[in-house]
Every structure is written in C-alpha cells, then in structure tokens.
Design a protein around this ligand. Structure first.
Ligand code: GLA
Length: 381
C-alpha cells in the first residue's frame, strides 16, 4: 500500500503536464494592432507544445526539440535582456511573470513547435503563451488570459526586443475553432465571426525569411508614432492612428512628410477595411471580403512598404486561379506567408498551380497549408 501510494506520489510529481498554444493567421487588419485599431486573426491548427514537470530548486531547464538544445536559467538571477536565441521567448515570459509578482516554481520543460518559424504565423506567440500557461499552472498560480497575453507581449517587447502589438498573443489565448476573432485593440473587446464552410484558409509560405523584419517592424512603429505626434498638433483628439481617417490625412497632409503620410494612410484605410470585412463576413458576402483582402495587400505593399517581391508574386499567382476570393500577405511582412481565401472545390487546383509556378519564378519550393481555424491555448494532457 505504502509503496503504491509512494509510486503514485512520484508519478504525480514527475509526470509532465503538457500545454498547447496555437500560431495564427491574420485575415485582415495588418499593422493596425499597435495603433489601437482593428484586426481579424484566427488561431490555426499548428501549435507549440510545452511539457513541464516541477523541480525542487528555482532553476528552469528548457529543452527545445526543434533546436536539439537545452538552456538552464536560475530564476533568482535572471537575465534582463534576450541574447538573440530561441530561448529568449520562454525565458522572457518567465522573467515577466516573476516581475509581475508571480513566484515561479523551478521546472524541467520540453518544447516542441510545429508552427513554421520566421514565416509570419506567429511561432513566437505560440511558444510564449504555451510557456506562460505551463509556468503558471506549474506554480499553482493563476491569471486571466488578457493579462497572460499582455505579459507575453511584454516579454517580446522588452526581453526579445521586438515591439509587436497584442494581436498574436491575444488570438493564441482566445482563438475558437471555426471562427476568426474581430478584435478592437483599443478596448480589447472582441467577437467571434464564423468562417463559412465552403471556403478554406490556404496559407502559402514564400520560404523567405527576412532578417530585417524586426528592425523594419520597429521602424514602422516609430513612423506611426511620429505621425501621431505631428498630426496631434493640429488635431488634439488624436492619441493614436486609430483616431485618424483618410479624410483627416488628406486635409492635413502638409503637416507630415510624405512617407509618414503613407504609413498613416495605410493604418487609417486598413482599419476601415477590417470593419467592412467583418460586416461582409456577417452577411456571407465573400466577394467583398476577398476584394478587401486585395486592397489590404496593395496598401501594405505601396503605402506601408512591408511586402517583398516573393509575397507580391504569391498574391499575383493566387489571383490567377479560379475560386480564389482574395489573397494578401499576412503577419508582419518582409517574407513569410500569404493568406488565401479559396473555394473548397478549387483548393486542389490552387495548390497545384502555386506549387508549379512559384518555384519556376523564384527557385524556391513553397509550402502550402490548408488551415482550419483552431481553438486557443489549453492544457493538452
Ligand atoms: C506581427 C506582430 C503583430 C502585428 C503584425 C502585423 O505579427 O507580432 O503584433 O503587428 O505583425 O499586423
């Protein structure tokens, strides 16, 4: 009896618990989240998994299956900044949880990611959120999901050094299977939008990873802040680009340099597109939805300048195929993926066409994923 219960106690202590958090695809609303605007992402059926078991000390040993490597950190002597390593994401989350007042229990962790890395599908939010959930529950600590999403964002902003908005962490926490989220990044209110069954979300990976993505991303944020600063001199109600319409910009274009004006125009026009796209989806008007995706891509390419020739080509190819309702780059840009809304019956011919034409033009073999909108983070086992 005694032996049995000891065994049980041992296995309860050392048996890892597993947590899962998904990546995401954004249907529309790009580079609007950090301007307090609107976004429409869906969690996807690619996740990062974190297995965790407690230890007696205050060390975290984190092993990555993908990188076949482990790191160990002492929670009592944490680094304050990342070092450009995959472990920055989980370590950053641990550091931010501690700084926000949670006393974490040491742990052995194993991470397995199936979200393609550096492809704009937010493998970073997936590892952050899965780690956050795992560390909290391992320490018998609790926090609501909005706070968890914000702590993960803070880890990325302050520890990793990428000034991302909240969209990715939010949808990784709140995604619902079969639905996209219409999120207002100002008040963080959201509602679910059911995705129609007769179309598929097809994601095409250009297989281009741009090293400049982080620095250019941060530069775009700085442009937006400059736009707010300059415009608020004439328009005192402007606290973020969310408060600007394209009409305001037109009227006050002499107040801002041309490039900053284009950045602001993208954000203002994209916000209206997201609102229009949500109402199009609600009335099952997929044609309009698809057109708005196309406009979004052009605005990101010309005004915001975060596309690249491979993304543009991928969108052009998609637009040549029957049954494609809309196509655009998704995520931060400078490489990564496009999102394509494709009628179910045309998905196979779409895949064949892209798989043939894209390598011919670029010499790269694309990856194509037919994604389902998936459930947000959860305990998996
Ligand atoms: C990245 C960031 C998000 C968002 C998108 C662009 O994915 O992590 O916060 O800004 O780029 O829409």
């Amino acid at each position: 009896m005694l032996i049995l219960s000891t065994q049980q106690a041992l296995s309860e202590t050392f048996q890892p618990k597993v947590y899962r958090a998904p990546g995401r695809v954004n249907l529309i609303g790009e580079h609007t989240d950090y301007n307090q605007g609107f976004v429409m992402p869906a969690a996807i059926d690619f996740s990062t998994w974190v297995a965790i078991a407690p230890r007696q000390d205050r060390k975290l040993s984190i092993r990555s299956e993908n990188f076949a490597e482990a790191v160990e950190i002492d929670l009592d002597q944490p680094a304050t900044q990342g070092r450009g390593h995959w472990s920055d994401y989980p370590v950053g989350v641990a550091v931010k949880l501690e700084q926000s007042g949670h006393r974490l229990v040491g742990a052995n962790m194993l991470v397995r990611g199936e979200v393609p890395i550096g492809s704009g599908l937010s493998s970073s939010a997936a590892i952050e959120v899965a780690t956050g959930l795992a560390l909290l529950e391992n320490s018998d600590a609790k926090t609501d999901r909005v706070t968890l999403a914000k702590l993960c964002q803070q880890a990325e902003n302050e520890f990793v050094g990428m000034r991302c908005g909240l969209m990715d962490q939010f949808v990784s926490c709140f995604g619902e299977s079969g639905h996209a989220l219409m999120l207002d990044c100002r008040g963080l209110d959201y509602h679910l939008l059911a995705l129609p069954e007769n179309v598929k979300l097809v994601v095409c990976n250009t297989m281009v990873k741009h090293d400049l993505a982080n620095s250019e991303y941060n530069a775009r944020r700085a442009d937006c802040e400059e736009g707010v600063r300059l415009l608020s001199r004439k328009l005192p109600f402007v606290g973020s680009l969310r408060d600007i319409t394209t009409g305001d910009l037109q009227r006050h274009k002499d107040q801002i340099p041309e490039v900053i004006g284009r950045r602001c125009r993208h954000v203002a026009s994209e916000n209206s597109r997201v609102l229009e796209a949500a109402s199009a989806l609600e009335r099952s008007d997929l044609e309009t939805f698809g057109q708005l995706m196309g406009e979004s891509h052009r605005s990101l390419r010309d005004d915001y300048e975060v596309s690249c020739k491979e993304l543009d080509l991928m969108v052009d190819l998609a637009n040549q195929v029957e049954g494609v309702l809309g196509a655009r780059m998704t995520g931060g840009g400078f490489g990564g993926c496009t999102i394509n809304l494709v009628r179910s019956e045309n998905v196979d011919s779409f895949k064949q066409f892209v798989a043939r034409e894209y390598p011919e033009a670029t010499g790269r073999n694309p990856e194509i994923y037919v994604c389902a909108a998936a459930q947000g983070a959860e305990r998996a086992e």
